[in-house]
Design a protein around this ligand. Structure first.
Ligand code: SF4
Length: 373
């Protein structure tokens, strides 16, 4: 990965106002959903990041903000140093059209993102016409067919003339992948791109995406709720897994580190929920969560947002939100948790009510019991 980031997300917030009834408006109730809250992340050239978390954790909103499809409330997203939203609204060193073409998206529902009344070629051609005006019809057709062959849709001329209803789910997804790749983007956001596929097709599609990533040196951000898929994609590409919880990245690092040396209790719960993932010797019998329900994003818990569900929570966790900090000496591994970094204030505060005597009140990991100062 080059040192110069391809994409730089800095202190990014995306907040949405919620629809208010008459009474809410009368009393000035201006509820806000903090879909993304204070996220910073760098994506390098030829880089892969798998963004994982439960539904509603803000991963799709973050992904869309990263490629310029969702306006940030605060903070910035820079493409090769150029703020995307400044480019969109005014003068910039890199034209917005260039940025738009360089940041593409593959949607989850491939079938719905293809026009049912147009053939595969007619679905793929308009973007080429717009972004590669130097190509004539014959050249466009050749390029489309070459890419269809690259993704295994052969004979390509046959697939080019099919309508979407004549494609299987996997073939439609490959067509959508071709549409994104035709523009030679620098980065592709793949939003749950394999989750709608049968298990048997899922690995094929993930391998195809990884082959294309390798072939074209395109950076990928894979959004997934499935830790197993995230591990496969980020692991094969020497990338990172970023774990999101209620609008924030709570842990990020190389897949082997995240899976076999997780630091954040939420990451541990995701691994626990995915069978056969961890190589940790002693599997945890019961769910490592105090509460199953996710808190209301309109009214997130104070301090660490995970404290209402965290088995390690102490009073200090309710006061201030922990920042991402490096985990030991491991490169690129960071976690946002007081417990993970043996924070003195954390250990000196009381376990939350109900956790006394449980793991949160236990001293197995308490640095004070090991004589740490
Ligand atoms: S900071 Fe506290 S509540 Fe948050 S994950 Fe760590 S131990 Fe749990």
């Amino acid at each position: 990965m080059n040192s110069e980031p391809l994409l730089e997300v800095e202190d990014l917030d995306v907040h949405f106002g919620t629809e208010q009834g008459l009474l809410g408006r009368f009393f000035g109730d201006d509820s806000v959903v903090r879909a993304v809250d204070d996220v910073s992340l760098e994506i390098g050239e030829d880089d892969v990041v798998a963004l994982v978390g439960e539904s509603g954790c803000g991963k799709t909103t973050l992904g869309k903000a990263m490629i310029g499809l969702q306006e940030p409330t605060n903070g910035s997203v820079r493409y090769r140093g150029q703020d995307i939203w400044e480019a969109r609204t005014g003068e910039s060193e890199i034209p917005y059209s260039k940025i738009r073409r360089s940041l593409q998206m593959i949607h989850q529902d491939a079938g719905n993102s293809l026009d049912p009344n147009r053939t595969v070629f007619e679905n793929l051609s308009p973007a080429l016409k717009k972004w590669r005006p130097e190509l004539n019809l014959v050249e466009r057709r050749e390029l489309v067919q070459t890419m269809l062959e690259t993704v295994g849709l052969t004979p390509a001329s046959d697939y080019a003339s099919r309508y979407p209803h004549q494609l299987s789910g996997g073939e439609a997804q490959r067509t959508v992948v071709v549409r994104a790749m035709l523009l030679e983007p620098d980065l592709i956001l793949a939003d749950e791109a394999v989750s709608a596929l049968d298990v048997s097709l899922r690995v094929n599609m993930m391998n195809l995406l990884l082959d294309l990533q390798d072939m074209f040196s395109t950076s990928f951000v894979f959004i997934s709720h499935n830790m197993s898929n995230a591990r496969y994609l980020a692991g094969k590409a020497d990338g990172r897994i970023a774990v999101m919880y209620l609008g924030r990245i709570v842990e990020i690092g190389p897949p082997d580190e995240i899976i076999n040396n997780p630091q954040h209790p939420y990451t541990k719960s995701l691994i626990w929920a995915t069978s056969g993932l961890s190589e940790i010797d002693e599997p945890i019998e019961s769910p490592p969560l105090r509460e199953i329900d996710v808190p209301d994003p309109e009214d997130p818990p104070s301090g660490c947002r995970f404290h209402t569900r965290c088995p390690e929570a102490r009073e200090a966790c309710t006061e201030e939100s922990p920042e991402l900090t490096p985990v030991g000496e491991t490169p690129r591994h960071e976690a946002a948790c007081y417990y993970a970094r043996d924070d003195r204030e954390y250990w000196n505060s009381d376990p939350l009510p109900g956790l006394e005597g449980e793991s949160g009140g236990g001293s197995e990991r308490d640095p004070r019991s090991a004589g740490a100062d």
